[in-house]
Ligand binder design. Structure first.
Ligand SMILES: *[C@@H]1O[C@H](CO)[C@@H](O)[C@H](O)[C@H]1NC(C)=O
Ligand SMILES: *[C@@H]1O[C@H](CO)[C@@H](O)[C@H](O)[C@H]1NC(C)=O
Ligand SMILES: *[C@@H]1O[C@H](CO)[C@@H](O)[C@H](O)[C@H]1NC(C)=O
Ligand SMILES: *[C@@H]1O[C@H](CO)[C@@H](O)[C@H](O)[C@H]1NC(C)=O
Length: 295
């Protein structure tokens, strides 16, 4: 009901947009691509993304290794974590991360979704979407997450850039941790032990030879529970246990790429090298403007 109402409201906008000339910018330097896809098509693509994100469809995408949702040179940014470059890596982090796994993790399994807010122009779409998540490591509790996305598409209708924010993520994290025990201190302790044990078990199982990060399960546990912090909600790309927990799920896909992320120096994903000012001033995207160039 809500969806179709929104669709009717925006139908007028779509008519105006599709009246403007279609512009292909394939010939621009640096392969910038900003096709004029039109409102209706962008709305369809938005739904298509979340259909594929939803379990069990995400298993199919993850197993494809290089999901057709993404451009080869896709650039992605997820607030409170890091930037993710390229199709294969993004197939892992956007689809592989959210499929069922043996790991104990704060990552949930996405279910049904509802697009709450949507606006789009040319090749750019902005949406807020509420997704029903299930959290297997937290007693299987269900919790909605509102995900704010900006997407750009190239002329093959592949996502060429995304910028994602999980709304109220700190509040969600607090809810997950305290679901383990009514006493927050005990809840955090339980979560720390469970996450660290899971990371160390994966590391000892999959990270051998040159990928090995720790001499033993004990050495790994000491590092994760005593030498680094659990991390706050905005520290999923910093030198924290929570950061290593996010990357643990990836280890089994490509140990040579992901083992270092759970190790001592964080493998370029989990360290304290990026200041707040660098985050706020970052100029990252190169594949498409984020502001429409036709009107
Ligand atoms: C642009 O695309 C061409 C052909 O697809 C490719 O050879 C070239 O490396 C690309 N340039 C950049 C800057 O990505
Ligand atoms: C995925 O894409 C990467 C980069 O283009 C390529 O090296 C790799 O072989 C591809 N893997 C599969 C299974 O298609
Ligand atoms: C999400 O789950 C809740 C509780 O189970 C349910 O009431 C709601 O309808 C679900 N939302 C969607 C979009 O499926
Ligand atoms: C090394 O790890 C790989 C998985 O990453 C596993 O298949 C292999 O059996 C392991 N080798 C040893 C000697 O443990």
């Amino acid at each position: 009901m809500i969806l179709s109402a929104a669709f009717i409201v925006f139908a007028g906008v779509a008519a105006v947009i599709s009246a403007s000339p279609s512009v292909s910018r394939r010939d621009e330097p640096n392969n910038i691509s900003s096709p004029n896809l039109g409102y209706n098509e962008l709305y369809r693509l938005q739904n298509q993304f979340y259909e594929r994100f939803k379990y069990p469809n995400n298993v199919v995408e993850a197993h494809s290794i290089n999901s057709s949702v993404f451009a080869e040179n896709v650039q992605g940014r997820v607030s409170d974590t890091r930037n993710f470059q390229g199709r294969e890596l993004n197939t892992e982090y956007i689809f592989g991360l959210f499929i069922p796994s043996d790991s104990v993790s704060i990552i949930g399994r996405p279910g049904d979704f509802e697009i709450l807010q949507f606006a789009a122009n040319q090749n750019i779409a902005s949406a807020s979407t509420r997704v029903n998540f299930t959290f297997p490591s937290f007693g299987g509790i269900h919790m909605p997450i509102v995900i704010d996305t900006w997407f750009t598409y190239n002329d093959k209708k592949e996502i060429s850039q995304y910028d994602v924010v999980f709304r109220w993520f700190g509040y969600l994290l607090q809810n997950l941790l305290t679901s383990l025990d009514p006493d927050p201190v005990v809840g955090i302790k339980k979560a720390t032990m469970a996450l660290a044990t899971s990371i160390c078990t994966s590391e000892q199982t999959y990270c051998n030879g040159t990928n090995s990060q720790f001499g033993s399960q004990n050495e790994c546990m000491t590092f994760l529970t005593q030498d680094i912090r659990l991390g706050q909600s905005f520290e999923l790309g910093m030198n924290t246990l929570l950061c290593r927990s996010v990357h643990e799920v990836m280890i089994k896909y490509r140990p040579d790429v992901h083992c270092s992320h759970v190790g001592r120096d964080g493998g370029g994903m989990c360290d304290d090298s990026i200041s707040y000012l660098e985050k706020a001033n970052e100029a990252y995207y190169e594949n498409s403007p984020w502001i429409p160039t036709v009107s």
